[in-house]
Design a protein around this ligand. Structure first.
Ligand SMILES: Nc1ncnc2c1ncn2[C@@H]1O[C@H](COP(=O)(O)OP(=O)(O)OP(=O)(O)O)[C@@H](O)[C@H]1O
Ligand SMILES: [Mg+2]
Length: 405
């Protein structure tokens, strides 16, 4: 799928993360590619972005879905297993291949607009998170946490002939942070409003929230709320063979199981204060199976309704606690296409307008990819990409490693 040319979006200067001097290359364009493949394991999304001037313009977008086998292999790598180092290395190579094909399609499309590969400054490639254990076990270095995004940026540089920036999260974790979320600074720069607080909810496999204070005054907040689509996808696939519940229609055909919902919401992560981040390490299929065991006789669509409600309630609780003065909740990530979930969010947040990021000129599946283009640009310009107030890191850090073309 290739989408062309979004509208220019004006970037807000960020108080915490200084934007690179926007006009340092007056007259020169400032093109980056961002590649994201998240915890939903649905595929890779890429965007080609022009950051010239005070605007950000998506010039092209392309996605490639993961094959069933590749998805299953990545899912298996989320837990310990036989010969996992070898399988992880192979998966990183295969992912670099998927990324390279997405880049190839973006460049083909760009060529039709008169843009050459040599004009692209760098690719920001997130990689595939298979472990996320950022918490420090002891203050000593050997007790530091870690986060692992499978990738082979060297191979991607080789395949594309472009500079690649990768491994964005490790430096923040090394500085004592959660390594996540990294998108709030970007959200602030794109969606922040001069006169109103705005909340941005990314519904990927995991759900994360950014709370953007009016006029950039005050701290940007951001953290992972809990499960986004990951559990709904797993249940839907198990019972219907479909990768996800399109539009949330299957869930909407069911009804709430209140006792199950209470048991799901009982997970301590959901009520812990930020900074916090999570992943499939916690919200795994094993976590789900253990909680569903007493409900084996229930109708699958009622379970799907209840899993959708878990995501909705976890997010509503976070927005109500940390972003309650927002007039607007902008939703991005593939969950924005789940209309049933969107309706449940709106019902639980009656004081604000819940809408897709599309309403602000950025389609839901382009937001996180654009964020990694932006983060690559921060790295190339030797600017910090994290917000220490969000991740809990000791301070602002230049993120990522650069693999020159
Ligand atoms: N039409 C749709 N209806 C319902 N859900 C959808 C639809 N399209 C996509 N989704 C959901 O969105 C998911 C993909 O979203 P996305 O790519 O944003 O998540 P992700 O890969 O986990 O990314 P990230 O980690 O960056 O948030 C799918 O797995 C599915 O659950
Ligand atoms: Mg995805």
């Amino acid at each position: 799928m290739i989408t062309r040319i979004g509208p220019p979006i004006f970037l807000n200067p960020s108080k915490d993360v200084a934007l690179p001097a926007m006009r340092q290359n007056q007259g020169m364009r400032d093109y980056y590619i961002g590649l994201m493949s998240g915890t939903s394991l649905d595929g890779a999304d890429g965007v080609l972005v022009d950051f010239s001037g005070d605007t950000m313009q998506v010039l092209g977008a392309a996605s490639e879905p993961f094959t069933q086998d590749f998805r299953a292999g990545l899912l298996a790598l989320n837990t310990a297993g036989h010969d996992e180092l070898h399988r992880a290395a192979q998966a990183g190579n295969a992912l670099a291949g998927v990324y390279a094909r997405v880049v190839g399609r973006l460049l083909e499309d760009a060529a039709a607009q008169g843009l050459t590969a040599g004009q692209i400054r760098a690719i920001g490639a997130h990689g595939q998170t298979v472990r996320h254990q950022p918490q420090r076990i002891s203050p000593q270095a050997d007790g530091a946490g870690y986060t692992i995004q499978l990738n082979n940026p060297a191979l991607l540089a080789e395949l594309t002939g472009l500079d690649v920036v990768a491994d964005f999260r490790s430096r923040d974790v090394a500085a004592g942070g959660q390594g996540a979320p990294l998108v709030p600074a970007f959200h602030q720069s794109v969606f922040g409003s001069a006169d109103a607080m705005v909340s941005v909810l990314n519904l990927g496999g995991i759900a994360n929230l950014s709370v953007l204070p009016a006029g950039g005054q005050g701290e940007v907040l951001g953290f992972d709320c809990g499960p986004g689509n990951a559990l709904m996808d797993a249940w839907c696939h198990q019972h219907t063979g479909q990768a996800f519940d399109a539009g949330g229609r299957w869930a909407a055909s069911g009804k709430l199981l209140p006792v199950l919902l209470a048991s799901l919401l009982d997970e301590p992560y959901l009520s812990a204060p930020p900074p916090k981040s999570t992943g499939r390490d916690l919200f795994s299929v094993q976590w789900l199976a253990a909680r569903l065991a007493p409900f084996a006789g229930e109708r699958p669509e009622d379970i799907q309704y209840t899993l959708t409600e878990l995501t909705a309630r976890a997010c509503i609780s976070c927005v109500s606690s940390y972003g309650k003065d927002s007039k607007e909740l902008l939703v991005c990530g593939g969950g924005a296409f789940n209309l049933h979930l969107m309706q449940r969010l709106q019902a639980g947040l009656p004081s604000m307008r819940v809408s897709s990021s599309q309403a602000h000129g950025l389609p839901p599946l382009q937001v996180e990819a654009a964020a990694f283009a932006w983060l690559a640009r921060q790295t190339i310009n030797r600017k910090p990409g994290n917000l220490a107030t969000v991740t809990g890191a000791a301070g602002a850090r230049i993120l990522g490693a650069v693999y020159p073309a």
